[in-house]
Design a protein around this ligand. Structure first.
Ligand code: ATP
Length: 229
């Protein structure tokens, strides 16, 4: 992380509450968090403490009940949905625990898709997708559909898709949680290398402490707040 790096993602006093039976439970409650440009942060917390909730709010996939999410300094709390969607598409890449690839399209087409939606010419989208597949060392799998790929390959395609539009921030929700330990290590290292090579900032939720130690910084969730480890 260089000196003078600016915040690319900020959670400010974020709350998220759910009704469970008769009780309201606060999963996030006045949570603050700042991610700086070029920084990688591991989010390591027990199951059910709100990692997915936090990432969904940070990725503008859901609204907080209180507080604000700022992406590159832009306050998103009061923005209309179309502006939030535009910011999400251009600034955020998201990797889910299960790949969420489109089953009827090839690996290459899945990676081209977000670029085509953003209006990039098809030839450029294809070139970028091919480069990313090569970088993830699955160039030979370009024409295969998700069901024809191994779990590790599927997740590498999902990572390539998430960074295809050169987002400012990559968010990953247990991207290797579904893989055997050896494959998980391999995929996580590829993800880490890609993030560093492209100068991305990232928040990656993982249960795996070895993988978390590859990141610049570790945080956890406690009583609805983000705390440094
Ligand atoms: N839409 C919802 N309605 C009600 N409760 C919810 C909702 N979404 C999440 N929760 C509850 O909030 C808590 C946190 O969920 P979340 O998925 O964020 O945890 P997590 O830390 O990501 O867990 P895991 O590691 O198991 O994925 C859980 O108890 C969950 O049941």
């Amino acid at each position: 992380m260089g000196t003078g790096s600016h915040p690319v993602l900020q959670l400010s006093g974020v709350g998220r509450h759910f009704l469970q039976g008769e009780n309201q439970i606060s999963i996030l409650d006045g949570a603050d968090f700042t991610l700086h440009a070029g920084e990688t942060v591991a989010l390591v917390a027990p199951s059910g403490t709100g990692k997915s909730t936090l990432l969904h709010l940070a990725g503008l996939l859901e609204h907080p009940d209180e507080g604000d999410v700022l992406v590159n300094g832009v306050s998103c709390a009061g923005l209309p949905d179309d502006r939030r969607t535009a910011i999400r598409r251009s600034e955020i890449g998201f990797v889910y625990q299960f790949h969420h690839l489109l089953p009827e399209f090839s690996a290459l087409e899945n990676i081209m898709m977000p670029q085509l939606i953003s209006g990039l010419p098809k030839a450029d989208a294809r070139e970028r997708a091919e480069q990313l597949l090569d970088y993830m060392r699955i160039g030979h799998r370009a024409d295969h559909r998700p069901a024809e790929l191994s779990g590790g390959e599927q997740q590498r395609v999902a990572i390539a898709r998430a960074v295809a539009n050169a987002p400012l921030v990559l968010l990953a929700d247990e991207p290797t949680g579904n893989l055997d330990p050896e494959t998980a290590g391999y995929v996580f290292e590829a993800l880490d290398a890609l993030v560093r090579q492209s100068g991305l900032s990232a928040v990656i939720a993982t249960h795996n402490h070895d993988l978390a130690s590859l990141m610049n910084r570790r945080v956890t969730l406690h009583d609805g707040k983000v705390v440094e480890v």
